[in-house]
Design a protein around this ligand. Structure first.
Ligand code: AMP
Length: 388
């Protein structure tokens, strides 16, 4: 491959749509290869803005604003890093010859739980929890009776646990309806799913180009209120379950096509594997690869985007813990004890311009021969951090 230097008329350019902590790492990896980085987000001084050649602040859900910026910047590759963007602008850009990663239709399918669920379960015939889509409280009640209790209710357009609830019995349905209604703000649909009483859940990072598909070691994680707090790699799995998960991840990502990394989420019960959902971009639980792999999920994403070989080395067991702010500040200060920084552990600070209670501000990373020890240490470090 022929590389270029940034800020020239012939530069290879990556445009990040979404400039959070994941985008920041992608930007750094792209910079390492001399790629020009254009970072876009809805607020100034977002993490990836800080390490990009140019930073833009626009409403990415505004079709015209997004398309105008793409035309102005002429990126070689457009990398959506968030779901809250105008999908129409991506379709328009693709029709004009811009290269959307992995492709506009894959972004369209995965930004809506209905599209990806129907594609996986009905088009590809993959095992998922039972599900129905509803738009009214009466439909929700009837669907819950058919699916049974407990069941999980989520807006089709939402992430990070927003509007999500578990109904344990019929009396919970009105409350679930209220939670979902508040979060979605419009008349969009809800998905109601049978509750999977899983042993554990994983993210299987799957990286693909036209030439190859590679998998990272499975990542185990713990979610709280729909947001991850601890992830570790490798998640010990029965060989039959891992084999099934890889086959499903390959089938879904081949079905979506294009280049890049995908975070494929599964629920596992003994040898049974249920596909849950997928993000066509680096995954937050995959931040653990910053310490466990010679090429992190971010480096692999950039390699895949450029069509480079996807080989890497797995160093060994590791864990990552998410640090969430405990205070509100316009000049956040994050206090990390010096002892968090050792040969095999460290902290990454995202540099977000403001802290809000519950906002993810940093991540602890630990490498250890023992997976349980890595998890314990990663949590210990997070618990020792404070902000003000
Ligand atoms: P999601 O936003 O769909 O990834 O859901 C967030 C978290 O809620 C998942 O990581 C699971 O821990 C839990 N969850 C979601 N759907 C189900 C389900 N059908 N059965 C059991 N747990 C679920």
């Amino acid at each position: 491959m022929t590389f270029t230097s940034p800020l020239h008329h012939n530069s290879i350019k990556i445009m990040l749509l979404g400039s959070g902590e994941l985008g920041k790492e992608v930007a750094i990896e792209a910079q390492r290869l001399g790629i020009e980085v254009i970072a876009v987000d809805k607020y100034p001084h977002a993490p990836a803005h800080l390490v990009a050649n140019r930073a833009h602040v626009i409403d990415m859900q505004d079709r015209q604003a997004l398309l105008s910026l793409i035309r102005e910047e002429q990126p070689t590759f457009i990398l959506p890093e968030v779901e809250a963007l105008s999908i129409e602008a991506l379709f328009d850009a693709e029709a004009e010859g811009f290269h959307v990663i992995p492709n506009a239709e894959a972004v369209n399918k995965t930004m809506n739980r209905k599209n990806i669920r129907v594609f996986a379960a009905e088009t590809l015939g993959i095992a998922t929890s039972p599900y129905e889509f509803v738009t009214t409280e009466a439909e929700l009640k009837a669907a819950a009776d058919r699916i049974g209790f407990p069941c999980v209710i989520k807006p089709v357009m939402s992430s990070s646990g927003h509007g999500q609830s578990v109904a344990k019995h019929p009396g919970d349905i009105p409350h679930s309806w209220e939670i979902a209604k508040e979060a979605r703000g419009d008349a969009s649909e809800l998905i109601i799913e049978g509750f999977v009483d899983f042993d554990y859940e994983i993210t299987l990072l799957t990286v693909r180009t036209e030439e190859e598909t590679v998998f990272c070691e499975p990542i185990g994680h713990i979610q709280k209120d729909g947001d991850y707090i601890l992830s570790w790699q490798p998640m010990p799995m029965r060989p039959a379950a891992l084999k099934k998960a890889k086959e499903i991840a390959k089938a879904v990502t081949d079905g979506l096509g294009g280049r890049g990394i995908f975070g494929v989420e599964f629920f596992i019960k003994e040898d049974e594997v249920y596909f849950s959902e997928l993000s066509p971009r680096p995954h937050d639980t995959g931040m653990v690869t910053l310490i466990t792999q010679s090429q992190s999920e971010f480096a692999l994403h950039v390699r895949a985007v450029l069509g480079l070989p996807l080989e890497f080395t797995f160093y060994g067991a590791g864990a990552s813990g998410a640090y969430k702010a405990c205070s509100e500040s316009k000049e956040p200060r994050i206090e990390v004890p010096d002892r968090a920084f050792t040969a095999h552990s460290y902290v990454r600070i995202f540099g977000k311009p403001e802290s809000h209670i519950g906002r993810r501000m940093a991540v602890s990373l630990v490498l250890d021969d023992e997976i349980e020890e890595a998890k314990k240490r990663a949590l210990e470090i997070v618990n020792q951090i404070s902000d003000f």
